[in-house]
Ligand binder design. Structure first.
Ligand code: HAS
Length: 568
């Protein structure tokens, strides 16, 4: 060691930097769209018409939750694998290939979405990031997404190859924690993407190309949510890696328990997919029993996050006590609150504690009927992916960037203001969205008054909520401006800043040697995950196909004869 990452592994660092740059370009685009939307929805500034609103919303969703998060993940995981195994990629051409494929996929999908802004093209993908059929996009949107996902599959293969090679050289050593986290996350990703790959390749692309007349909307939607819930953990798990390995180090301590962290990642591998139907509680055509099963699985899936809350807080407290902190709560004052990476990640964690609670409300079948398709859900995901994930990514960048540029970041004070602004903006926006949702304000609606019905009658203080959402959106945009300014200054104005020094991540208090060997048996966990998925999905999918076929009956869920009888 000694030299920072970029000096030790320049080729890999180049790919990490390229992936992070793609992530931040997506964040920029998504951020601009977000501001337009927040002001449009709240009625303060309407510079787009109502139909363009959905193109803006599609771009906002795809840029933020698919591109920003996943590009950051691949860059971060490339660093984690290379650094923790301390070896270069087995074949750097393969590493370049997967990044290239992801970029080609992004350009195709982005072209289709951006076409929606230009009347003279037949390009359009105003289908939102969930692309439910029978909403239809131009085929290149789906082809682009498929190519992007194939890129991520190859990235996983690349990392497995590094691990296999490392294992050959170190047969008796336990896999380093960061590598273990990457591998379990990628195994979960392979299982997850089966659903979307089937839907996109075999059903939606042929339909959008006109090769088949129709698709079964319930089937494609179910396959989407097979992927759509676990994808949220694909965004979250790199952040859990940061909270487990970087946060304790910043706090001045050590991770409380390495085996517990491994158990958490194995639990996500096992339970992420069999919960997807909790997004479909209100869908007709799926029997209540299957929904109940998804709800029970979701409640089990709270466990790894609750274990994380315990382990991370214990590790932070350990750090604070190493720094001289004392008392039941007095130790909190000994923490490095001036460091933007630390404060940003802790604020992200705090917000996630509240967001996890709103997730539990979503997951209860009876509560869900109250909040489904309202702004409550939008509040939930702005606090999860929009804060727990996005704020941790931005905060960790203050720690991560010096390893890639070789120089310290531009200004820690500016970084601190930036992460605080993000937290404040999201407190306003998240709180108001949850409350507006309870008042019945719908999501994904350009004009929530529907011309005739003004939601202010549903909640007297609705204008106060509108103001909070708009103000939150403006503060978040300001935070983004600071983040990008800081990124540019840190990346380009480098000559007069101190050189970065390499830091080693301290070993856990309870190390991998305390973990039972079975925990490392990835084949076993993947096999159990497959069994659980089979139990949860085979019967509902079979009954959907039995009900209206693979390609649907002109998109109707009820057989035509029955309808004719009823109408006739
Ligand atoms: Fe969710 C809808 C249920 C987590 C994202 N979710 C969504 C959608 C998105 C999303 C994007 O059951 C909308 C999809 C759409 O467009 O329709 N969600 C849950 C549950 C959890 C959960 C049970 N969601 C997430 C995460 C996301 C995310 C994570 C992104 C990253 N969600 C739902 C349901 C719906 C839903 C339904 C459908 C709603 C509908 O009707 O449409 C759980 O995983 C949450 C568990 C979390 C906890 C919190 C643990 C606390 C921790 C904090 C540690 C503290 C620290 C700081 C580090 C139990 C780990 C401490 C420091 C000190 C110094 C003290």
């Amino acid at each position: 060691m000694g030299n920072v990452f970029v000096d030790r592994y320049p080729d890999e660092a180049f790919i990490v930097k390229a992936a992070l740059t793609s992530a931040f370009v997506a964040l920029f685009l998504g951020g601009v769209m977000g501001l337009i939307q927040a002001l449009h929805r709240t009625g303060y500034l309407q510079i787009i018409d109502h139909s363009t609103y959905y193109t803006v919303l599609t771009l906002h969703g795809v840029a933020m939750v698919l591109l920003f998060t996943i590009y950051f993940l691949v860059g971060f995981f490339q660093w984690a694998i290379t650094d923790s195994l301390d070896r270069a990629s087995e074949n750097i051409q393969l590493t370049r290939l997967w990044y290239g494929l992801m970029t080609v996929g992004t350009v195709l999908a982005a072209t289709a979405i951006l076409g929606g802004f230009i009347d003279t093209t037949n390009l359009d993908a105003t289908v939102l990031y969930t692309f439910y059929t029978p909403l239809e996009a131009h085929p290149i949107y789906y082809i682009g997404l498929a190519v992007f996902i194939v890129g991520t599959w190859l990235a996983g293969f690349d990392w497995f190859r590094s691990w296999w090679a490392w294992k050959k050289d170190n047969p008796d050593e336990r896999t380093p924690l960061r590598t273990f986290m990457v591998l379990t996350t990628m195994l979960m990703w392979y299982l997850t993407t089966i659903g979307i790959a089937i839907a996109v390749i075999f059903l939606i692309i042929p339909w959008s190309l006109g090769l088949v007349d129709s698709v079964n909307p319930l089937l494609t939607r179910t396959l989407f949510w097979f992927f759509g819930h676990p994808v949220v953990y694909f965004w979250l798990l790199p952040v859990y890696m940061m909270w487990y390995v970087i946060l304790p180090k910043l706090a001045g301590g050590r991770l409380f328990s390495d085996p517990l962290a491994r158990i958490v990642f194995v639990l996500f591998l096992l339970l992420s997919v069999p919960t997807g139907i909790h997004h479909q509680y209100t869908d007709p055509g799926i029997a209540e029993g299957f929904k109940f099963l998804a709800m029970s699985n979701t409640m089990f899936l709270l466990l790894p996050s609750l274990l994380t809350a315990f382990t991370v807080v214990a590790s932070i407290e350990h750090g604070a006590r190493q720094r001289g902190g004392e008392g039941y709560l007095g130790w909190l004052t000994a923490l490095p609150w001036r460091a933007p990476a630390f404060t940003g990640m802790v604020l992200a964690g705090l917000m996630f504690a509240a967001a996890g609670f709103s997730g539990m409300v979503n997951a209860g079948m009876n509560f869900n009927y109250l909040v489904h398709n309202t702004l409550w859900v939008v509040g939930h995901f702005h606090m999860t992916v929009g804060t727990a994930v996005a704020l941790s990514i931005m905060a960790s960048t203050y720690w991560f960037l010096p390893k890639l540029t070789g120089r310290e970041v531009f200004s820690k004070q500016l970084g601190l203001v930036q992460v605080l602004l993000w937290f404040i903006g999201m407190v306003l926006m998240g709180n108001a969205m949850h409350r507006a949702g309870l008042a019945g304000v719908p999501r994904r609606t350009a004009d929530p008054t529907y011309s005739n019905f003004d939601y202010s009658s549903a909640l007297g203080s609705i204008s106060e909520l509108r103001l909070q959402i708009a103000l939150g959106g403006v503060i978040l945009s300001l935070s983004l401006v600071l983040f990008f300014a800081h990124l540019l200054l840190s990346s380009f104005a480098v000559s007069n800043r101190p050189k970065a020094t390499e830091e080693t991540l301290p070993p856990a208090l309870s190390g991998p040697e305390h973990a039972p060997k079975v925990l490392s048996n990835l084949k076993l966990w993947t096999a159990i995950a497959l069994v659980l998925i089979t139990f949860t999905y085979v019967l509902p999918v079979a009954s959907i196909i039995q009900g209206s076929g693979v390609f649907g009956q002109s998109g109707l869920l009820v057989p035509v004869e029955v309808l004719i009888e009823v109408v006739g």
